[in-house]
Ligand binder design. Structure first.
Ligand code: ATP
Ligand code: MG
Length: 598
């Protein structure tokens, strides 16, 4: 565990990936790589210069949804390693699967990576890479495999292939088409490409070992026939590469050194290596090829991290959209008040491991709290208002008098900050206080307002409670108190009267009504979708409560996306889309650790 701050200069905790990279750098494993300025095969790269990037990593999302907190971990790992070791991280859209792409998703991914504080541009290239641009090479590499006797066209039905693959305890059975000659296979494969066969009637398979204990090595399919219009290549192709074949090639063409993925791909690594070795020995790819390393994906309690399931929440209107502040998407977290620094800190703190585990949701919240503690401007807000009347005000302060008050907006400003931002508000005869801050009959230990007790109105005066008024139903309508003159915060002698509590308040004269969206976790079950559970069943029916609060003027003046601390209540963010100074809207981000100072 690291105790570092979100700052980039903080020391990074070592992990197995850092050790591998440091060892590769020391040994010079990739020192002789060349880079022609763009992705390409061995000939293309050989014509380039010595690669100025000491390592190359990549973040390869499929543009089929919005990125979530798990992707944030992967982004921080891949871009963070490249940054720390003088390398480059590629943003690559893994768009080899036709039909699924949507420019809305592409743009949202670009925004998310940039917002998290990373960028992929290099001299001469500020474009993200696109896997579908490599279809020509992928096809050429497949023809090479066919010609070298490493791949064959299989005409078994899907069902026959499934049965003949065997299972964990049972070796597979060779396909009757496995011994075709390379020349026959080449003709067949070209006919596949030329659209002479039906979708699904045959596939191209790597010829490896049907008895391998690793089922992924039992002649995996590498090309299938699929008549679908691709968003980038249109109808140029009716055959498409399988993901397990396409992905290593994408890495290799981009001269990736360390290809970092989640643990579920561990069993694919032997095929990754097999394919790289074949294409290097054929001279198609430059050596040494990239290597795959696996780390544990992020599992966060009370959170779902599957684009498909998150999409279901959106399309079923369980949430207001991908950017609903309850969503674990990067756009949702952002709208909830999360900062790039808080997510970087989170990624750093949870570290990189090789075994799956669940991270407590509180760890994420703590990172936000830590980041906002120093940054968020303070202000007072009353979430559950009741009026407090200072019955002697007119007499001691003057009828209708409004006394100006001022407090620092940052209690612990960064060293050298000048001027320290200040807030200004007024106090008069009537102020709003939180309903919970008054008890007619105080429970034991209660230190806030109750008859004959004195408290300080934070940043204002000491007051003494005298009672309350009630309506016909016995509901409290006003709390009554008297102001103690000459106790205004920050004036000489103001501390002579000692009180046990300071309560927050907002002046009736200058308080501003605000919509406050009180969010809670979206699910009640800490593992909402574990073991195939129906996550819809554990949706929290009270995950959103909209209230009207009254805030001090400085809070209403916030700009959209400003993070604020409502003193004693927690951190809030001015909603990016809906907040205006005329009609303020705040989202609850995270509570204070010690939210209720007695
Ligand atoms: P999903 O199931 O949500 O669609 P995915 O893995 O299919 O996730 P991709 O777009 O393929 O989504 O992911 C891009 C990268 O993000 C991959 O390298 C993947 O390993 C990584 N990634 C996805 N989910 C997580 C997670 N929960 N924790 C860490 N990394 C993740
Ligand atoms: Mg995926």
């Amino acid at each position: 565990m690291s105790s570092s701050t979100a700052s980039e200069s903080s020391p990074k905790t070592s992990n197995f990936l850092r050790q591998i990279i440091e060892s590769d750098l020391e040994k010079g494993t990739y020192a002789n790589r060349r880079w022609a300025g763009s992705p390409g095969d061995a000939t293309h790269q050989a014509a380039g210069v010595a690669d100025p990037a000491r390592i190359r990593t990549r973040f390869p999302p499929e543009p089929n949804g919005y990125l979530h907190v798990g992707h944030a971990k992967s982004i921080c790992i891949n871009f963070g390693l490249a940054r720390d070791y003088g390398g480059v991280c590629h943003l690559r859209f893994d768009d080899t699967n036709p039909e699924k792409e949507d420019t809305e998703y592409v743009n949202s991914i670009i925004d998310a990576v940039k917002w998290l504080g990373f960028n992929w541009s290099q001299p001469g290239n500020d474009q993200a890479y696109q896997a579908s641009n490599y279809f020509d090479f992928m096809y050429r590499a497949a023809e090479y495999l066919v010609e070298a006797g490493h791949a064959y066209v299989d005409e078994q039905t899907a069902e026959q292939m499934r049965v003949n693959r065997g299972d964990f305890g049972k070796p597979g059975v060779n396909s009757p088409f496995r011994e075709r000659t390379p020349a026959e296979n080449l003709v067949k494969f070209r006919d596949m490409r030329d659209g002479k066969y039906e979708d699904g009637s045959m596939v191209l398979r790597a010829k490896i070992d049907m008895a391998s204990p690793n089922i992924n090595m039992r002649d995996p399919a590498i090309y299938r026939i699929r008549r679908a219009t691709h968003h980038n290549t249109g109808d140029a192709w009716c055959i498409y590469p399988m993901y397990t074949y396409a992905h290593p090639i994408e890495d290799a063409l981009e001269q990736i050194t360390h290809s970092i993925c989640t643990l579920e791909f561990e069993d694919q690594r032997p095929f990754y290596e097999w394919l790289m070795d074949r294409l290097c020995e054929g001279g198609l790819l430059s050596s040494p090829p990239p290597h795959q390393y696996e780390f544990a994906r992020l599992n966060l309690t009370y959170v779902i991290t599957s684009k498909r399931k998150l999409a279901q929440l959106v399309y079923d209107h369980r949430v207001s959209g991908w950017d609903d502040p309850r969503m674990p998407t990067i756009v949702g977290l952002r709208r909830r008040g999360y900062t790039p620094e808080s997510l970087q800190l989170f990624a750093e703190r949870i570290g990189v491991t090789k075994s799956d585990s669940w991270i407590d949701y509180g760890t994420l919240e703590a990172c936000l709290r830590e980041d906002l503690e120093a940054k968020a401007h303070r202000g007072m807000a009353v979430l559950n208002p009741v009026k407090l009347v200072l019955t002697n005000w007119d007499e001691v302060m003057g009828a209708g008098h409004l006394e100006p008050c001022s407090q620092p907006a940052l209690p612990h400003p960064p060293e050298g900050m000048a001027p320290v931002p200040a807030r200004h508000f007024t106090i008069g005869k009537k102020v709003w206080i939180d309903r919970e801050d008054f008890e007619e009959v105080p429970p034991k230990g209660y230190k806030r307002l109750f008859p004959r007790n004195k408290v300080r109105l934070k940043g204002g005066y000491v007051i003494e409670c005298t009672g309350c008024t009630k309506d016909a139903d016995g509901e409290i309508t006003e709390v009554l108190a008297t102001v103690v003159p000459d106790t205004k915060s920050g004036t000489p002698g103001s501390e002579t009267i000692k009180v046990k509590a300071a309560i927050t308040w907002v002046g009736v004269a200058d308080g501003v009504n605000a919509e406050v969206r009180m969010y809670d976790r979206l699910f009640l079950d800490p593992q909402p979708d574990a073991g195939g559970k129906d996550f819809i069943e554990s949706l929290n029916p009270n995950s959103l409560k909209v209230i009207t609060a009254i805030v001090e003027p400085s809070l209403a003046q916030a700009r959209p996306d400003d993070k604020l601390q409502f003193e004693r209540h927690g951190y809030f963010v001015a909603d990016r889309l809906d907040h205006t100074t005329d009609k303020p809207v705040f989202n609850f981000a995270v509570g204070l650790k010690d939210s209720w100072a007695k």
